[in-house]
Design a protein around this ligand. Structure first.
Ligand SMILES: Cc1cc2nc3c(=O)[nH]c(=O)nc-3n(C[C@H](O)[C@H](O)[C@H](O)COP(=O)(O)OP(=O)(O)OC[C@H]3O[C@@H](n4cnc5c(N)ncnc54)[C@H](O)[C@@H]3O)c2cc1C
Length: 607
């Protein structure tokens, strides 16, 4: 690290230390106390974790204390939505409706989920003593069954400390995301992913799901019991019911070597163009082995891009046969599980008596104000700040899988959540144009759009998978995570930032992440049939599981149009027990109302 960066680092830490006090005093979220935000909504107010994308204040919050109560709530309300901890950026996919007959239901307050706080640090002992413990490991089958409201961080830390003869270094999920403070059900609902050309997203890894359905019953789905409904439920955005339990594969944890290569964005792009070319040739040959081999160079790669300086930090991983870990680096991203468990103790009844058992009025909660950092640092300052804060997290070394694969540390979560309101976008592009598309994005940044960036972008890769609404349904994809840290603070659109996300959507046919921003700004009149080959299969699952539209929300995305011999027919007419009939066509929608006129630009406006 050079001197300039070292001096800058010191200044940064002074500012951060001053901010720390504020952060630690505010403690209301369902995430680590040090990561808690005063502004986060759930489980008391319906908004995202920074108080944005809030629902109508009359919408109720469901905090059931049993699965029976959960099912009764579903029956009692006309409009229902399962939600996690609000780590997403979309009203349309988050709010059940816009009146008092609507309820958003959280699972974090189920006693079986909340009570993991009471367990000692070696939390896996709970499994031995208590059948209601919300995490169950089956070592022989190499699976874990976890309640939907458990947060990913808790699951990963639980697995990592589950030390047994078969898993002497603990256990882990095959692949997981950078952010791990969301609920497991929320992560699965939106195809949350890390970077893996082998294991795909969390949704792709799911083996079985238990879901509370619109008819007020609980049902379990697996590829064996019903492949069609399972493929729909693997990525459902909450449209099909409330996921109450998830079964995932696990692996005995191994040592993983993390490497860091620093290079320019241009060099990385050249490497990616080579991958793109080999992938295209492999696709043409139809040889599965060649396709896998072509994608090997980006397996598990996570690349941080700094568009202002043009730098790129490429992080890659390799399994190693050792049990001796680099102890100093264990400090990077360290997690204090005990502290985490204590955070899940707040009694769920603080907002007055329930209207009906388990249904509560929302409490008042402000949205987070502006970020002081926007005024202190310009885009170049943020570029350096990003490097200073990131370096300890990406430091090379040999760690346990849990520590080696990058995850956002709770303290960094704290600063971001509490002090810096932002919108996170993620666009995904098919691998047959990934390099070419990134080259075009770099040109957009070079033409001035880097001024709209504040934190580094993150490039990841996900293998092809079969859930109907998975971003990588139809082929492996490159994902580019981009954050707008300006518009909420300055209360005006960040036009240069928008230019880049629009480039990806319009020029590279990018899909949007279901749990991130851009809905409806970038997709004001989303037509699922144009984006997803199995859109109408998902529609058929909706017809079967939610015929009355209980889980439809206010989003205009949930629309299907079927034709048969060129004539419009009700979707139901084209649905079979195995999905959408091949005798029908999934046609472009014609029911779009309120769409902007062609050429009209919708801006991302801070609400
Ligand atoms: C800082 C940050 C970093 C992130 N990093 C990543 C990342 O590295 N990779 C990635 O892929 N994503 C990432 N995300 C996105 C995040 O994983 C998703 O938005 C996730 O869905 C949020 O889960 P949640 O529990 O907070 O759910 P919420 O935000 O409360 O809900 C999100 C969606 O999931 C549905 N949902 C939630 N719970 C249920 C349930 N029980 N049953 C059915 N539907 C449900 C909701 O209806 C809603 O549509 C990040 C988010 C944040 C805030």
């Amino acid at each position: 690290m050079d001197r300039k960066l070292g001096g800058f680092l010191c200044a940064v830490f002074v500012v951060l230390a001053l901010s720390l006090q504020e952060t630690l005093c505010l403690n209301t979220c369902r995430q680590d106390p040090s990561a808690a935000s005063h502004f986060c909504g759930l489980p008391y107010t319906l908004s995202n974790f920074q108080g944005y994308y809030a629902c109508n204040k009359t919408v109720q919050v469901g905090r059931p204390d049993s699965k029976e109560q959960l099912l009764a709530l579903i029956k009692n309300f006309a409009r229902v939505k399962g939600v996690g901890v609000g780590h997403s950026w979309s009203q349309g996919f988050f709010c059940a409706g816009d009146d008092a007959d609507s309820i958003d239901i959280v699972l974090t307050e189920l006693p079986s989920t909340r009570r993991i706080n009471a367990l000692p640090k070696l939390s896996w002992l709970g499994d031995l003593y208590d059948s209601s413990f919300p995490i169950h490991v089956d070592e022989d089958a190499q699976t874990v069954t976890v309640d939907g409201g458990v947060q990913t961080r808790v699951l990963l830390d639980y697995l990592a400390t589950h030390i047994t003869a078969k898993g002497p270094m603990g256990w882990t999920l095959p692949s997981f995301s950078w952010y791990i403070d969301q609920t497991v059900a929320g992560a699965v609902a939106t195809a949350t992913h890390g970077s893996s050309m082998k294991y795909g997203s969390l949704s792709g890894q799911v083996l079985e799901l238990e879901v509370a359905l619109a008819n007020g019953t609980l049902a379990t789905f697996s590829p064996a019991s019903n492949p069609h409904l399972f493929a729909a439920l693997q990525v459902s955005v909450g449209r099909l019911g409330i996921i109450t339990q998830v079964k995932l594969p696990i692996k005995a944890q191994k040592a993983v070597k993390r490497s860091l290569d620093t290079m320019s964005m241009d060099i990385f792009t050249q490497q990616l163009i080579q991958v793109e070319q080999k992938y295209k040739a492999a696709l043409q040959s139809g040889d599965e082995g060649a396709i896998f081999k072509a994608l090997e160079p980006v397996e598990a790669v996570q690349a941080f891009i700094f568009p202002v300086s043009g730098d790129l930090w490429k992080v890659s991983y390799q399994l190693v046969a050792t049990t001796s870990l680099d102890s100093t680096s264990e400090l990077a991203g360290v997690v204090d599980t005990e502290k985490y468990y204590q955070s899940i103790t707040t009694d769920g009844t603080t907002s007055g008596p329930p209207k009906i058992p388990g249904a509560f009025a929302q409490t008042a909660s402000p949205a987070q104000g502006g970020s002081i950092f926007i005024h202190i640092f310009n885009a170049t300052g943020w570029d350096l700040l990003g490097k200073a804060l990131l370096y300890p997290l990406v430091a090379p070394g040999v760690y346990s899988a849990r520590k080696s694969y990058l995850t956002q540390a709770d303290l960094s979560s704290a600063f971001m959540a509490d002090l810096d309101p932002y919108d996170q976008y993620e666009v995904s592009v098919t691998m047959d144009k990934a390099g070419t598309c990134l080259a075009g994005a770099i040109e957009v940044w070079k033409s001035g759009a880097s001024e709209g960036m504040r934190v580094p972008g993150l490039i990841r890769f996900v293998s092809e998978e079969t859930p109907y609404l998975s971003n990588s349904n139809g082929g492996a994809r490159m994902f580019v995570n981009l954050e707008d840290h300006v518009s909420h603070t300055l209360k005006k659109p960040n036009l240069e930032f928008e230019r880049v996300v629009r480039y990806f959507v319009e020029e590279c046919d990018a899909r949007l992440h279901w749990g991130k921003a851009g809905w409806p700004f970038l997709e004001p009149c989303f037509d699922g049939a144009a984006h997803y080959a199995q859109w109408c299969d998902f529609g058929c699952a909706v017809e079967e599981l939610d015929p009355s539209g209980k889980f439809r929300t206010e989003s205009n995305a949930w629309s299907w149009r079927a034709t048969q011999n060129g004539v419009d027919v009700p979707l139901q007419q084209c649905c079979t027990p195995t999905g959408f009939s091949s005798q029908c066509t999934c046609a472009p929608r014609t029911d779009r109302t309120g769409c902007p006129a062609p050429g009209t630009i919708l801006h991302i406006v801070a609400d």
